[in-house]
Design a protein. Structure first.
Length: 118
């Protein structure tokens, strides 16, 4: 039996969360979303996702500064920073596994997910 890959999106934009959710659910992934770091960390620990799409500018902090927290909690998790912020290119300095610059398309979301977790 093939295990369904799990994805968490932490992004404060409802439209972005909905777009990612639709794209990935239609491609067989289990997906959850949160609008901030506090809520996202709770869901993260319960879900134990294979992939985390993490925004930089969140109402309760900078996503880049929390990559270490997520990697420490779950060493196998792949983290993809998604943002329109120019700081997106600093993501690799924080040990992110990928970046997705906003605005992005459904094809880019699916492609990046397959690239990172299959």
């Amino acid at each position: 039996m093939i295990e369904t890959k799990k994805v968490l999106v932490i992004n404060d934009e409802s439209d972005t969360n909905l777009l990612v959710s639709i794209a990935l659910k239609n491609n067989g992934y289990q997906i959850e979303s949160a609008k901030g770091l506090r809520e996202g960390k709770v869901i993260f620990e319960e879900l134990r996702p294979d992939l985390l799409f993490l925004d930089i500018n969140l109402p309760d902090g900078n996503g880049l500064n929390h990559i270490g927290f997520f990697k420490e909690k779950l060493s196998f998790v792949k983290i993809c920073i998604m943002s329109a912020n120019d700081d997106i290119y600093k993501a690799y300095d924080y040990h992110a596994d990928g970046i997705l610059a906003k605005p992005f398309s459904l094809i880019q979301i699916i492609g990046k997910t397959k690239e990172l977790i299959g």
